[in-house]
Design a binder for this molecule. Structure first.
Ligand code: FE2
Ligand code: FE2
Length: 283
């Protein structure tokens, strides 16, 4: 039987997508206590397997305009890289949090499958544009942001929801809106636009999942969600800086209330990004 460790270590992108359903199914079958989780499945590799060169974002080649085919290839490659990490992070949470509500795990398993489908859309799109996965370098920034979680928040279920679904996936909405606007101003980008549009629409559901479970877990633990959000958001922004303009309407559709959107706006305006990280996707 392939363990989830084996799956995370798979290098071939298409194979990883194809084998995801069986890994997710076995992770859901493990039962509800960590004792029932096979030991080998509970091990997380430092980094997942890759069949593309892994480079820090700052070492990636300069971006190319979206009106050029190379620019569209770059966009789909960068986007595919994010989808792949989102898929792997969903599996990581299923491995690391066996004792959380079964419904949460089932919904997260669906999200993992969505991410795999998004990744496959990018892989197909790259081939339609005459390129292929691995033609460009990739980064592991999203994976690393979770792997490098401070010791204090390790194993914190609420913290994981906040970081992955209410921070990283929500900034994905911000980036997605910006890219769609850019694509709207370029002709001949129908393929890229339809892929990005499909992904952004479905990501709203993933962020909604995060918003909904965030409130549920807060309520179960007697935590004030606004108080927690106002404290956690600036900490995450400092640790994993993202400078995109917030897509407030999309965030609202995804369950961000007025208070939370205000915290996002104010924190961004107050944070000193003197050493901003390069954007994960083309400007
Ligand atoms: Fe996705
Ligand atoms: Fe997602």
């Amino acid at each position: 039987m392939m363990t989830s460790w084996d799956w995370l270590k798979i290098e071939t992108a298409r194979q990883k997508v194809a084998t995801l359903p069986s890994v997710v199914e076995s992770l859901l079958r493990y039962g509800t206590t960590s004792q029932e989780l096979p030991k080998e499945a509970a091990t997380i590799p430092l980094r997942p397997g890759r069949d593309a060169r892994v480079l820090e974002i700052k070492e990636h080649p300069p971006k190319v305009g979206l009106q050029k085919r190379e620019g569209q290839i770059r966009l789909l490659h960068d986007l595919g890289n994010i989808e792949m990490q989102a898929m792997e992070l969903a599996v990581r949470t299923l491995i690391e949090f066996p004792e959380v509500p079964k419904v949460f795990r089932e919904e997260l398993a669906e999200i993992a499958l969505d991410e795999a489908r998004h990744f496959a859309l990018c892989l197909d799109g790259l081939e339609e544009l005459g390129s292929q996965w691995g033609a460009l370098p990739v980064h592991c920034s999203l994976w690393d942001a979770v792997a490098d979680e401070p010791e204090v928040s390790r194993g914190d279920f609420l913290g994981r929801i906040m970081l992955v679904h209410r921070y990283m996936e929500a900034t994905g909405l911000d980036a997605g809106e910006k890219i769609l606007m850019r694509l709207d101003s370029v002709v001949g980008v129908k393929l890229a636009r339809s892929i990005v549009d499909t992904i952004v629409q479905e990501e709203i559901g993933h962020v909604s999942f995060g918003s909904r479970w965030y409130r549920t877990v807060c309520a179960q633990n007697g935590i004030d969600p606004h108080e927690h959000f106002a404290k956690a958001y600036p900490e995450i922004l400092r640790r994993v800086p993202r400078t995109e303009k917030p897509a407030l309407r999309l965030r609202e559709l995804a369950g961000f209330d007025a208070f939370e959107n205000q915290v996002v706006l104010e924190t961004l305006s107050k944070t000193d990004f003197s050493r901003p990280r390069p954007a994960l996707l083309p400007d």
